[in-house]
Design a protein. Structure first.
Length: 202
């Protein structure tokens, strides 16, 4: 049941990307204007620092090192043990391919605190943060709801930072959530399938 829902989420991610590649939605413009109107200048620099600290490259390198270290500590290199790494890597690969394929422009300097020349869809900040939490969730054996809650809060907070700075559209954030949720459900489905296969081998 998880696999079809995950695949549907990925399809919706692609459909949204195709929809917004030619320009922002009316909702995107409304959200961008509202964030600009309520932007507090004194909070821009702290927001930029948070954005820099949660940069996709940093999150990816730290996440991969932690996952590899956990596998090393537990001496666990079976296919199921590598699924968190595969999920994280898949999120990174799809994110960068999507940015190239959809080639969506960032919000203009009219609404942004500063201009970013890179492509916009999806938000790599949100995708990588959510993927890191999803990998953690897949690796964990307990406290799964708490991990899911923490991941949701952190990814949403990072998304709000991007919207506050005006460097992403709201649909970039939505697309990142669809992609991350889809990958989580797909890999959970694969994990269940591998668990059944392993039990049949015993």
């Amino acid at each position: 049941m998880l696999l079809p829902i995950g695949l549907l989420s990925i399809v919706l991610f692609v459909e949204l990307g195709l929809l917004v590649r030619t320009g922002p939605l009316s909702l995107d413009n409304s959200v961008a204007i509202r964030f600009k109107a309520h932007r507090i200048i004194g909070l821009v620099e702290p927001a930029r620092i948070i954005s820099a600290l949660t940069a996709p490259f940093i999150v990816f390198v730290v996440g991969v090192i932690i996952l590899l270290f956990l596998n090393y500590l537990n001496n666990s290199w079976y296919p199921r043990d590598l699924l968190p790494l595969a999920l994280f890597g898949s999120a990174a690969l799809i994110s960068f391919i999507s940015k190239w394929y959809f080639n969506r422009s960032r919000p203009s300097i009219d609404v942004a605190a500063y201009f970013d020349f890179t492509t916009s869809y999806p938000s790599a900040h949100v995708t990588f943060a959510a993927a890191a939490g999803s990998a953690w969730l897949l690796y964990a054996t307990k406290w799964k709801f708490l991990i899911f809650l923490i991941t949701s809060v952190v990814a949403t907070f990072i998304g709000i930072i991007q919207l506050f700075l005006g460097i992403h559209w709201f649909s970039d954030f939505a697309g990142s959530i669809l992609l991350s949720l889809g990958l989580l459900l797909i890999f959970y489905g694969v994990d269940d399938w591998l668990a059944e296969r392993e039990s049949s081998w015993l």
